[in-house]
Design a protein around this ligand. Structure first.
Ligand SMILES: Cc1cc2nc3c(=O)[nH]c(=O)nc-3n(C[C@H](O)[C@H](O)[C@H](O)COP(=O)(O)OP(=O)(O)OC[C@H]3O[C@@H](n4cnc5c(N)ncnc54)[C@H](O)[C@@H]3O)c2cc1C
Length: 490
């Protein structure tokens, strides 16, 4: 059942002809130099060219492509905008890469029921742009929101600055149309309370291993009446960390609560010239408060009191949209700014309990010194979601391996502190070998079993998420399949 045709024995000619019949000639890319665009995602240290890239526009076209892959046993990988940071959309050898860039239409907006239906290639920011004139917004806002796709967001269960108060992507997806790995199409609903199994919840975060989402129903929210962003600067990062804990303990859930350390502040100021981040601060906190005007005013007072009690040096309040935008622009551009300051960077994405922020940050910086790399720290502090950005030069032989080892140590540190190996960037190809640091073999087998029900031939985004080879799911799957062989599942 898992046998794959050897690459050299496959005759691509009839396959390309069939794909061109489905999509037209300009929907199929196969010239080597054009394929280069698709050989990596936002983690460019790993590269692999696909055999063919296809650009469908409709659910039916996706279904036809996937049926062909199923028949011919060709592995396929879904790709949105390719901004993923864990190698999720990294092609596998001799695969067909299904790119959703042309599936970029907003299909319907229902303001009364606060829903919007989009194709997967719609860019995250377009959703808010489409509804903001009517007083609505779409809450999950990854820093890559001007370029990343909704399809990628649901596959990664992406987070963002506003997910502390409003929840990550999974809390905003009401229903999905999905093409399964045999080409059949299912619809998981589109209303808040669906009976039966929560297939929408199962699919969100599954990183393209259970099927390809072709229509997505999202929840839109009313824009808050008042918004204020507070910038608090600290000469001691531990005090910034304890401020985060104290704000949440006081019962205030800010819309966003982010920390940038001194290196992050300086890199952003150097590259972006924001002009309002204090360059000598050891850390700054950006705290967004939103809601009814009276609520925001009260919370501003309480937050100011907590910041002062924890030794904040200065507090700046931004009430007007332009200043707020400027403050967030720097934070959201930190990875890009790091890319301008260093030939390469490697972003990790671990989670820790927020009470552990200060000690874990110290250990991360100690590891950076030990390994000899600068680490920029910028993170969703309210969620305890760290993003250490390791600066390095991939042209130096052996550097990548050292940086990977350093990244691994940071993830293990997070697990040891009671956290997780991913807050929002997913596991992809990059972090699969750390899955067994977090999950037992039985946990992993159970997940693999679910995968094999949806994806029995392992053609949808193979070799992602689960560790290989010893604790690899394929081995476990086969065992489970034996156990369940009489149940007519396979
Ligand atoms: C500068 C920068 C900042 C970032 N900031 C954040 C942040 O704040 N928060 C955050 O969570 N992430 C962040 N990211 C990571 C990334 O932008 C998100 O993971 C995003 O959701 C990926 O979307 P994409 O369209 O680029 O997906 P891709 O990278 O193309 O794909 C990601 C995964 O989704 C799968 N996939 C894509 N489309 C579909 C589909 N239609 N159906 C099924 N599977 C699909 C792919 O197979 C792959 O596994 C950042 C990245 C960059 C470069």
């Amino acid at each position: 059942m898992f046998t794959q045709i050897k690459p050299e024995t496959r005759n691509w000619k009839p396959i390309i002809q069939e794909l061109e019949q489905i999509l037209g000639k300009n929907g199929v890319i196969r010239r080597k130099e054009e394929l280069l665009t698709y050989e990596c995602d936002g983690l460019p240290v790993y590269r692999q060219k696909p055999a063919i890239v296809v650009l469908p526009r409709t659910t039916e076209e996706v279904s036809e492509i996937i049926k062909l892959c199923d028949r011919q046993e060709i592995p396929w990988v879904a790709r949105g905008a390719g901004t993923g940071l864990s190698g999720g959309a990294l092609p596998v050898e001799n695969c067909i890469l299904i790119v959703t860039a042309r599936m970029n239409r907003i299909l319907s907006i229902d303001y009364d029921n606060q829903r919007i239906v989009v194709q997967p290639g719609v860019i995250n920011n377009w959703v808010t742009q489409a509804v903001s004139g009517s007083g609505f917004f779409y809450a999950p806002d990854p820093s890559s929101q001007t370029v990343c796709s909704i399809g990628g967001n649901i596959a990664e269960n992406s987070g963002g600055v506003h997910c502390l108060k409003y929840g990550a992507t999974t809390n905003h997806v009401l229903g999905l149309k999905i093409v399964l790995p045999d080409g059949s199409i299912i619809d998981t609903g589109g209303i808040p309370e669906m009976p039966g199994y929560d297939l929408t919840g199962l699919f969100v975060g599954s990183e393209g291993t259970l099927g390809l989402a072709t229509e997505i129903t999202l929840k839109i929210l009313k824009t808050p009446e008042k918004i204020c962003v507070v910038l608090a600067d600290f000469t001691n990062i531990e005090n910034a960390g304890s401020t985060v804990t104290d704000i949440i303990q006081a019962g205030i859930i800010p819309a966003g609560l982010e920390i940038m350390d001194n290196l992050a502040i300086n890199i952003v100021e150097e590259v972006m010239n924001i002009g309002c981040y204090p360059r000598d601060a050891e850390a700054i906190l950006l705290i967004e408060l939103d809601g009814m005007p009276i609520e925001v005013e009260k919370n501003k007072e309480k937050v100011a009191e907590i910041c002062n009690k924890n030794g904040a040096r200065n507090l700046t309040f931004a009430n007007d949209p332009d200043t707020r935008l400027k403050l967030w622009k720097g934070r959201k551009a930190t990875f890009g700014a790091a890319g301008k300051m260093s030939p390469d960077y490697f972003v990790q994405d671990g989670v820790i309990p927020r009470t552990q922020l200060a000690p874990v940050l110290k250990q991360i910086n100690r590891l950076g010194v030990e390994y000899g790399y600068k680490i920029v720290n910028v993170f969703h502090a309210g969620d305890g979601n760290l993003h250490p950005v390791i600066l390095f030069d991939n042209n130096i032989p052996g550097d990548l391996e050292k940086v990977e080892a350093l990244g691994g140590e940071i993830l293990k540190l997070c697990v040891k502190a009671g956290g997780s190996i991913s807050g929002e960037h997913g596991i992809g190809s990059d972090k699969k070998c750390y899955m067994s640091d977090m999950f037992t073999e039985t946990d992993l087998e159970t997940m693999q079993y679910i995968r094999s029900i949806f994806n029995p031939k392992q053609l949808a985004n193979p070799s992602k998420i689960f560790p290989t080879p010893r604790t690899c799911g394929e081995t476990s799957n086969t065992f489970k399949k034996e156990q369940f062989k009489d149940m007519e599942l396979f």
